[in-house]
Design a protein around this ligand. Structure first.
Ligand SMILES: [Fe+2]
Length: 375
């Protein structure tokens, strides 16, 4: 069906963080408190956030400093904050902080007394409508989480990844101000940017794609790929960081309606079991998955043009060159994966809701071939 929906008030560009106090006031629930969830306290000194703290003396500040948020960590934050009557969550950080912030909005309406109860509630999607609003302020340009309505929560003890999602949980507003991301180490800036490229590319060919998503996806890929060499050449370039933030938000808006496909599906065990950073894992898979999908992609030529390449095979080379220039190894072997690990990684790489959204069927044998292509 050709339908697009995204209600987030989306702000992007240097200085847009100044809008935060006004938006927070508009979104706040009367008589309730605002929770400011941050990756690290250094952001509290930034203009916009500083004013917010000066204006609202009841504001609660909590730190969440873990990547790939675990169910137990989410439960801990829920327990620590539920009784405080939170009416608005402002999440300032990378994907993990935003995912925890938006999950809390879905959980505050339920009384949960143990981690096991939380596991059941999330697995069975019994959290109902969000109990409060949230505002997303990304400090990395890549996840697009500020404009999507789902959160990824990991349960690595049980080798499971949960999605907390409901179309009622879009952010009240998203502010992607590159001043928060422009001091990121180059390796992280590049892997985050390539994660955004994967979101856009997968959105373009997803079974659930639509006209608006496809237009946003092409623009996102063009924006990131057209400026990533500037980022590599001058990691402090404001222009490059502005374009990465723009591309990331456009990619987020694209895949907010389509979700991801093969690259993300196959990447999860590489991150969970082999600790390959998410952006590196998905971008390594872009080339081989594109080569597989290309015959099934509508207007594949436009996709190649957005990447700035001639043939599908050129994408793998172009992505590898970028990753290498940012200091990332580009083979699975270099990340500690051995030939004999492939069958198990392939078996775990067929993720429900992602693999079945790929335009070409992903069997274990097909996934093994894809993993061999980057071994
Ligand atoms: Fe991603």
């Amino acid at each position: 069906m050709n339908r697009y929906y995204n209600p987030v008030r989306a702000y992007q560009g240097y200085g847009c963080l100044a809008e935060l106090p006004r938006l927070a006031q508009e979104a706040a629930a009367p008589g309730k408190r605002t929770l400011l969830l941050v990756w690290d306290e250094s952001v509290l000194a930034k203009q916009g956030i500083r004013e917010l703290l000066e204006k609202d003396k009841t504001l609660l500040v909590r730190r969440f400093g873990a990547s790939n948020p675990e169910l137990g960590q989410l439960y801990h934050m829920y327990q620590e904050t539920r009784a405080l009557e939170v009416g608005l969550v402002i999440a300032v950080g990378g994907g993990s902080v935003l995912d925890v912030g938006k999950s809390l909005c879905c959980l505050y309406g339920s009384a949960i007394s143990s981690e096991e109860e939380l596991r059941q509630l999330i697995a069975e999607k019994r959290y109902g409508a969000p109990a409060c609003r949230w505002i997303g302020v990304p400090t990395t340009a890549g996840t697009g989480s500020e404009v999507t309505c789902w959160a990824t929560i990991w349960d690595s003890c049980n080798d499971v990844k949960f999605s907390v999602d409901t179309s009622e949980n879009y952010a009240f507003a998203a502010l992607a101000d590159p001043q928060l991301a422009d001091t990121m180490p180059l390796g992280l800036a590049v892997s985050s940017a390539l994660d955004a490229v994967a979101h856009a590319t997968e959105s373009y060919w997803a079974k659930a794609t639509n006209t608006v998503s496809r237009a946003l996806a092409l623009k996102a890929i063009r924006t990131v790929m057209g400026h990533i060499d500037l980022l590599l050449k001058d990691p402090a370039s404001r222009e490059a960081h502005d374009q990465m933030a723009k591309g990331s938000m456009l990619a987020g808006l694209a895949f907010s309606n389509t979700r991801t496909t093969g690259c993300h599906s196959i990447s999860y065990p590489l991150t969970m079991r082999r600790h390959i950073p998410h952006g590196v894992a998905v971008s390594l898979l872009l080339g081989p998955v594109l080569a597989l999908n290309y015959p099934a992609v509508q207007d594949g030529q436009a996709l190649l043009e957005a990447f700035g390449v001639q043939r599908p095979a050129d994408v793998q080379r172009r992505v590898a060159d970028i990753l290498l220039a940012a200091g990332h190894p580009v083979t699975l072997r270099a990340w500690g994966v051995a030939e004999e690990d492939i069958p198990l990684l392939a078996a775990h790489g067929i993720t429900k809701g992602r693999a079945d959204n790929n335009p070409v069927e992903l069997t274990e044998m097909v996934v093994q071939d894809i993993l061999h292509a980057i071994l």
